[in-house]
Every structure is written in C-alpha cells, then in structure tokens.
Design a protein around this ligand. Structure first.
Ligand code: FEO
Ligand code: CA
Ligand code: CA
Length: 694
C-alpha cells in the first residue's frame, strides 16, 4: 500500500506546542474551536461591572497593563518563541532551604527534552504495562504491524490516563491496577492510516482501545517494581461494554435511542480522562471530550437541540474517526440522543469482572475531568468534579446517604448507590481584591489571590432517584443532561479549564488544577478575575479551597500561579521563587502520606517535557515546588500515584509531536531501537528501598 502523507501531523493555525495531532485526537481540537460558553451569567456581569467601576476609580493611579511573559505565540502550552525558563536552584540541586519537608527530600530533575523517563538521582523506574500487553488470558503478543480488534479487546488499551492502585486483601504486595484509556490516535497506531477512509477493522480496534483496564499487578520484593499478571479480576471495558444508567436522567426521553428504548443501557464509555478510587473500593472515571466522536451536528436544525449541542462543543459534519460509518449511533441525524448518553461519571467495581458498570447522572453531564471523593465525619460522601473546558465550571455532589463501612457485598451494593441520591452544586467565586485584578497576574496588595465562594444547588435527587430541579425553567432531566446550561443560568464562575479537583486526606483542603486558558481576556473571552488572574493564561494555576464539605460556603486562594518562576506573573505560595522548579499546565493531582501535593502536567509551555512535581503545602516551605520526573518526548504525565514505596505515572501519547509519523517516529520510548512509541504505565522507586522522598 502506498504510504499516504499524514496531513494530520501538519501544524494548524493558532495551535501550540501540545502537538496538533494531540489536540485533534485527544480533545477534538477543543482549543481551536469557538469557546462553547457564551453565557452572560448575572454573577459575572455583576463582578465585571463592579470591577470596571472600581477600575474607573483607580484610573490614573499608575496601574499599567504589563505584558505577560515574553512569548509572542500566546497560545495554550506553546513552546514557540519563548526563552527557556529559569530553573531556580531546584532545577539543579536539592532545592531545599535548610530543613527539607518530609517526603520531598530528592534532587529535583531539571527541565529537559529527553526521550526517556528521567527520575532523581538514587531512583530507578520501569514500565509496568504498555499498550498491547496482555490483560486477559489468550491475548496474543502485541504485533504493531498486524493488529486486530479481537486482540485489542484482550490487551491493554491506548493512551493511559488515570491510574488507581487497590491493594488485594490477603495477598501481600498484590494490587489491582485500574487505568483509563482516554483516546486513540489512529495515525500513530496504524501504518498507512487514511483518515478519510479508515477501515472497519481500524475503527473496531479504536473502540477496543478506549475504556478502562483492570490488571492485577504484583510488587517485586525489595523494590517498587510492579509486574502484571493475568488475575481473576482482570478486565477490559471498552467503547462497546454495557453500562447501566442511574439517577434522574435514567429512562428519560433524552436518553432513549432505537437500540435502547428504555434509556437505561448504554454501550461503552469514551474519553475517560482522570478519575478517583473511592473509599468503598470502586473506581470513578470521567467521560471528558465525548463530543468529538459524534458526527453531523451541523445538520441538526431544531434550534433548542442545536444550542445544546453547541454548548457541549459539537459542531460540523463527519467526525475525526468516522465511527458513524460503522455504527449509526455516532451519527446525530440517525440517532440524536446517543450523545446524551456520554459525559458522565462512571463507576466500576474492579473486584467483580462480571459487574455492570454505572453511569451516574445525578452528578450531571459535562466534560468531567474526573470525580474524587471526600467523606465527612458522619459518612456523607462529597464528590468533586471539574468541567475541563475554557470558561467552564466546578461542581460538587453531596450525598444524602451515608457510606457503610466494610467490604461485604451488602456494603458494596449500598455504597455503589451513594452517588445516586443527593444534591449537585456549582461553584461561584468572588475575590477580595477584585478591583486590583488587571489581567497581568500582579499580586494584589493583600498579598494573595483569595476570596470566598458559594455552592449553588442546581439538582436534588431523592431516595428513589427522582430529580428536583433547582434551576428556573429547566426540568430535573434537563439539569442532569444539559448541566452546563444549568450552570449558565445560575451564573457560575467561569474558570480556566478545571481539571483534577481533589481533597487532601490529611488536611481536608481541596485543590483544583486549572490548566490554562489562552482565551481569558482575549477577543470576547471573559476578563481576568481574582481566581483566574491572568489574561491569555498559558501556564495555569492551582486553587486551594477550604470547603465546608457538605455545606454551601468556602474560602479559596491560589496556591500556585504557574509558569517560569523568573517572570513577575508567577506565584509559588509565597515561597522563594529562585528555589523552585518551573511548572506549567497543572493537570492531575495526588497527595502523599505526608500531605504534600503532587501535580502532573499536560503541555508544558516552558520548553521542557511534561513532568511530575511535589509541592509543600504547610509550614515555612509552603509553595516549594520540585520536579520529581519528566516523561519522554511528546508525552503527557497522567494519573500520578505517590505511596511510600513507589511513584506511578501514566505516560500518555509519547512521540506525539508535529512532524512525527510512523515512518519517522519522534520517540522510541519505551522499547528503544527503531520501535514505535507506546503509551505505558511506569513505576519509580528508591534504589535503597527507603521511602519516596526520604
Ligand atoms: Fe483529558 Fe482534561 O484532560
Ligand atoms: Ca486578595
Ligand atoms: Ca487530564
């Protein structure tokens, strides 16, 4: 077969250092499309008016609009014409300032562009499992040149994102590793791939490469190495696995299709990004950029339906992967409701490979980055979830049921209904220095980007699963399925891409990674405000919330305003900026047993590969940020887990750089030689066997 040129690898206008192909396949080019949120919520208008009038009063006070950074291509995570960042002492030394906080005693890894996983001196790492490795008995050895859907259904899927590690009772050093497979990158998977005419087999491999994997892994004694096994709980969940729908949207007209007139059974889960392990032993996973899989939004004429599609970023004709040619459910004209069956938090019981996974509609439908759980002292479950889109919102769900302790089947059955009764809220934030926010990232006179917030209830789900809408003009089913529009109506605060949203088990404080937003204050994009203080925000920030978890109020501040520490528009919790690692585009979060925050990045805008960083939260070193590892060329760091023995990250889309191809790969990680890059999970540990960061 003649090798076709891959137009897909050509850089397109306005896009950035996150390779064009990654934008195209991971999120359906979300960043080059129109911002889906054009709402003008009351709250935002009020704030804007107040800020404007106060700004008017300050006119002439000498407040100047500073240029942000030195770059000219001011786009998300660009590595274009910028100077390399200052590395600070953390870039080259142990970065400590005398006493090193527990868990962070390692030599920071310097920013680099190596085609390798780079870990601190004294640590080693190895691959746990790669795309194509066996998950289920009978899986053939991975053969890049001869892939089949039948094989992929038995093998580890593509583009691993979230990872959870659950200890197996009674089996020391054995775990279930549960991993999301966010998306397929067909031009990097299939030699000679013709994006205009994918074959049926390629499409079916794509379906099987999505979803989740459950894999038993065994820890090697004396190290942190993990080896996969064909365990009895091993499972692949794909784009065709049956799910049951629960909550207020289950059985509603919005979810009924010709294949499922009940509106309660969905085939598959798509674009599973981050997630969370629940205290009751299941795994939650967020269906994120599901919109990109559905074709022919442009042919929908009903204005109400068209507006809903637009709010979720659905536009145009054929889909990127052309799945609609092989299954009509992906064609919005043939099957208009199928799209309403994606965009949920799904829950998987990894301990029962025959169990039917759940889509929980009481948590609303949006581009869920993840969902993570905090349990209050009385057993109430709080699930936090961000909607990863520029100018979209932060949500939490508070259960009315209480968690039951123990691992009995009865407890598991009960606990898997915890997310089906309770109240869904959306966040409104206000700043206490609003008049000083000029979009430059200049710290207000009170020394902090901070303020208070309110959780606005939008949907209550009762014990029978019946919903009550708390939004004027919307039915409960509408709030559950078109949740973004409910947020618009109550004037939720437009954030800079809320990604992982997670409570620190040690302190109870809640953290949100806000990746970036290059439309902030640009064109018609909402202006900077105190929680999103920079226009044209390339590097993102990390929000710290002191939440009244089951209640409706909170206080917040920015822990980090990310970027090159040498520039004026960055802030590292008040810590000396000459002693931190540069960090850009925070995405996934984890905590270690000492209560330190760990952050993985997606799309570093500072001329380095992505990586994993520790951040001290308490004491005089608060804000000290150190890079623990970097991932290979073109890759994103995902799914961090930091326990006492090991650090686990998912290396997603290695080798996805503009100009790369199967004929000329940009990365040969992890197998080396002339091999094709393969998304993989890695574990890192300390060679001397002592605790991570000791
Ligand atoms: Fe899949 Fe929000 O990153
Ligand atoms: Ca302030
Ligand atoms: Ca992510």
């Amino acid at each position: 077969m003649a090798i076709k040129p891959l137009a897909l690898f050509v850089k397109h206008d306005g896009m950035s250092s996150r390779a064009s192909i990654t934008c195209q396949y991971k999120c359906g080019n979300a960043c080059s499309h129109e911002v889906p949120n054009n709402s003008q919520g009351e709250y935002f208008r009020d704030i804007a008016r107040t800020a404007l009038s106060r700004r008017g009063m300050l006119r002439g006070s000498g407040m100047a609009v500073l240029a942000v950074g030195a770059g000219s291509a001011l786009v998300a995570c660009s590595d274009s014409a910028e100077a390399a960042p200052g590395t600070g002492s953390a870039g080259s030394s142990d970065g400590s300032t005398g006493s090193t906080p527990a868990g962070t005693n390692f030599s920071a890894v310097a920013p680099n562009k190596a085609d390798a996983v780079t870990v601190p001196t004294g640590y080693e790492e190895s691959v746990v499992i790669r795309w194509g490795d066996a998950v289920l008995a009978g899986a053939p050895a991975f053969d890049f040149e001869n892939q089949t859907a039948a094989a992929q259904e038995l093998q580890f899927g593509f583009n691993n994102d979230f990872a959870g590690l659950l200890p197996v009772d009674g089996a020391p050093n054995a775990y279930l590793l549960v991993v999301n497979h966010e998306y397929s990158t067909e031009p990097a998977m299939f030699r000679g791939y013709d994006a205009q005419n994918p074959t049926e087999e390629q499409v079916k491999i794509g379906w099987a490469s999505h979803g989740l994997s459950v894999v038993q892994v065994k820890g090697e004694s004396g190290s942190g190495k993990l080896v996969p096994e064909i365990g009895s709980n091993n499972r692949r969940i794909t784009a065709t696995t049956e799910f049951v729908v629960t909550g207020p949207a289950a059985g509603s007209n919005f979810l009924k299709t010709s294949a499922d007139p009940t509106g309660t059974k969905v085939l598959g889960t798509l674009n599973n990004c981050a997630g969370g392990v629940t205290p009751w032993g299941t795994v939650l996973s967020g269906e994120e950029n599901f919109n990109q899989y559905f074709a022919n939004a442009e042919a929908v004429t009903d204005p109400v339906v068209a507006a809903r599609l637009k709010r979720y970023g659905l536009a145009g004709g054929a889909s990127e992967r052309k799945w609609e040619r092989f299954d009509k459910r992906f064609d919005l004209v043939a099957e208009p409701n199928e799209v309403n069956r994606f965009g949920y938090v799904v829950e998987v019981d990894p301990w029962d490979p025959t169990s039917t996974p759940i889509k929980h509609t009481a948590l609303g439908r949006f581009k869920h980055e993840a969902a993570t759980i905090y349990i209050t002292s009385d057993g109430t479950v709080v699930a936090y979830s961000g909607d990863d889109e520029r100018f979209d919102y932060m949500y939490k769900f508070v259960s009315s049921r209480k968690m039951q302790a123990g691992k009995s089947q009865a407890a598991m059955r009960h606990n898997m209904t915890l997310l089906d009764a309770g109240t869904l809220y959306v966040a409104k934030l206000s700043g206490n220095s609003a008049a000083e926010i000029d979009g430059t990232g200049k710290l207000p006179a009170d020394g902090k980007f901070d303020g208070s917030g309110e959780w606005v209830a939008i949907l209550r789900t009762d014990e029978d699963g019946k919903g009550e809408s708390l939004v004027d003009g919307m039915s409960p089913e509408e709030v559950a399925v078109f949740t973004r529009q409910a947020g618009d109506k109550v004037g939720a605060t437009k954030m800079d891409r809320p990604e992982d949203f997670e409570a620190n088990p040690k302190s109870g404080k809640v953290y949100v990674a806000l990746t970036n937003n290059t439309k902030r204050g640009v064109d018609s994009g909402a202006a900077a405000d105190e929680p999103n203080p920079r226009n044209n925000n390339k590097n993102g920030q990390v929000l710290e919330i002191t939440d009244n978890h089951a209640g409706t109020t909170f206080n917040w501040n920015l822990l980090l305003v990310c970027g090159d520490p040498a520039t004026a528009d960055t802030y590292f919790g008040g810590f000396d900026k000459t002693k931190v690692s540069p960090i850009s585009c925070p995405d996934n979060l984890a905590f270690d047993s000492h209560g330190n925050l760990w952050i993985s990045t997606d799309g570093n805008a500072l001329k380095s590969n992505d990586g994993l960083f520790s951040v001290v939260l308490e004491g005089e070193n608060r804000g000290e940020t150190k890079q623990f590892l970097t991932v290979p060329i073109g890759a994103e760091t995902c799914g961090p887990i930091v326990d006492e023995k090991r650090v686990i990250v998912c290396v997603q889309h290695p080798g996805e750089t503009d100009g790369a191809s199967i004929e000329s790969p940009a990365s040969h990680w992890p197998d080396g030689g002339s091999s094709q890059p393969r998304p993989s999970v890695i574990a890192a540990w300390k060679k001397d066997g002592s605790r991570i960061g000791s």
